[in-house]
Design a protein around this ligand. Structure first.
Ligand code: 5GP
Ligand code: SF4
Ligand code: MG
Length: 460
């Protein structure tokens, strides 16, 4: 998964993008980058491994002159943590520059790349996004939006894009609309971002979603919108509402906070925990859902787990002792809240079950009498091919054992998951139009021919 940002016609385009990326940090912590276009001196890129706050300083960003810029934060994956794979991709083509930042995964990237390599293309990264740059370079069309449309024809899978072609800024979403992308205005400047929280930080006003299948071009002739790709059924990623996006954002036109509260309330209706004393969240991702559960069940919401915000997601330990330590470094339990109590622990999802198991041990160690786990999404039974780096099926706990066995493995007194219907009825704009493949097995496209390579190749 990734976060993307773009701005047109602002004298401090790179600095504004830098700020925007701070608000998109949760969408990717592996690397970050900015490309700015100065119409007099050309395009320049600055990229860094790790966090936006660690990798860039004001000097780096100030060197990126120009009034058009795009930026990217990249999600951490196992196999491709290299600066070559940091985005935006920047290339010189026959009549200018192309720069591109991508959120999503292309499901036919392997086939498209093979075609390009067979005809002589040279790749400098293992990202599927580079395929798009080659395809833009080969388009015979003149107008930037037509070149992007040519490049996207026959491309399958998920993409939200911000692109610079020549001196035009473009934004695009795939026809199924898997990933969010919103347009805003900062004074007279057009801005695009994965989530509205990146517009808030720069003081921009949200105008509307980039529609699925839409290409928007902004340049000195103004703004143009087109829908050049064959239409498809809407497949917005429901996991954006469940886990990924920030609760202060609006994505797909709906509030993430409201979505998570509704998920929590519905969970309390479907899987109540009678006799419990209190509800707590696994911070931060399930805070809003736990509040919804507490409201609906008329139980107090307590802060029973404290999260250390200075631990990166990359704190990886190869040994079991190290993995236990990982949970302890990230979370600690508040004995005063838990001791002697029957508690409801709400989380947004269970993936492998390893974090959850460690947390349950910790909660019991702090004196909890009973631990009732409630999950504000259904069991995850399959991988995602559309931009979220869920592990292979054999690592997904719910793909391998039944729910009552999961309860035993996690060491909880009871376990309740939200139903698929309950989840889809709770999210804004539901129940139709969402992708829920990792929960239901209903994949909107054929699986990629080489899913392993795809996920580790891009992992965006
Ligand atoms: P588990 O018990 O499966 O090891 O971890 C569950 C936790 O992982 C939940 O708190 C959930 O918020 C979080 N989570 C869900 N999806 C993802 C993801 O794609 N990446 C990361 N880093 N965490 C996730
Ligand atoms: Fe989202 Fe799951 Fe669909 Fe992936 S498979 S796009 S995580 S709903
Ligand atoms: Mg979490």
């Amino acid at each position: 998964m990734c976060g993307i940002f773009g701005i047109y016609a602002h004298p401090h385009a790179a600095e504004i993008s830098h700020l925007g990326l701070y608000s998109l940090q949760h969408r990717g912590q592996e690397s970050a980058g900015i490309v700015a276009l100065d119409t007099l001196t050309g395009a320049r890129a600055s990229k860094t491994m790790g966090l936006v706050s660690e990798g860039f300083n004001a000097m780096d960003v100030a060197k990126l002159s120009g009034d058009i810029a795009i930026g990217h934060t990249r999600y951490s994956t196992a196999g491709s943590s290299t600066i070559e794979n940091a985005q935006p991709v920047l290339a010189r083509v026959r009549d200018g520059n192309v720069a591109l930042a991508h959120n999503g995964n292309l499901t036919n990237a392997t086939e498209l790349k093979r075609e390009l390599v067979d005809s002589g293309a040279i790749f400098t990264s293992t990202m599927d996004s580079e395929v798009l740059v080659h395809r833009i370079a080969r388009s015979p069309s003149a107008r930037p939006e037509e070149r992007l449309a040519d490049a996207l024809l026959d491309v399958e899978g998920a993409y939200s894009l911000v692109v610079i072609i020549g001196e035009t800024l473009l934004a695009a979403r795939d026809p199924r609309g898997w990933r969010p992308l919103v347009m805003g205005m900062l004074g007279e400047s057009h801005v695009f971002a994965s989530e509205t929280c990146a517009l808030d930080i720069i003081g921009a006003t949200a105008i509307r979603e980039v529609e699925r299948g839409e290409i928007i071009a902004v340049d000195r002739d103004g703004m143009r919108s087109s829908f050049p790709l064959p239409p498809r059924e809407s497949r917005k990623c429901v996991f954006e509402y469940v886990y990924f996006a920030r609760p202060d954002s609006r994505v797909f036109g709906g509030s993430v906070d409201r979505a998570r509260r509704a998920l929590g309330r519905r969970l309390a209706m479907e899987c109540p925990a009678p006799g419990a004393d209190l509800v707590f969240s696994v911070p931060d991702s399930s805070n809003s859902a736990a509040l919804g559960f507490a409201e609906e069940s008329k139980l107090p919401f307590e802060l029973a787990l404290i999260r250390n915000h200075y631990v990166g997601r990359t704190f990886i330990q190869p040994t079991q002792a190290g993995r236990d330590a990982k949970v302890k470094v990230k979370y600690n339990a508040v004995r005063e809240v838990l001791d002697g109590r029957s508690v409801v622990m709400v989380d947004d999802s269970i993936v492998r079950g390893t974090t959850t198991k460690g947390l349950v041990t910790m909660i019991r160690g702090a004196g909890a009498r009973e631990v009732h786990m409630r999950v504000s999404s259904p069991p995850i039974t399959g991988p995602c091919y559309y931009g979220i780096d869920t592990p292979n099926r054999d690592e997904l706990i719910a793909a391998n054992i039944a729910v009552d066995e999961i309860a035993g493995t996690l060491g909880v007194d009871s376990l309740g998951y939200l139903s698929l219907e309950g989840m889809l009825a709770s999210v804004p704009g539901g129940p139709e139009g969402f992708c829920h493949a990792c929960f239901s097995g209903d994949y909107p496209t054929p699986p990629p021919t080489d899913p392993q390579k795809l996920r580790f190749g891009c992992g965006c």
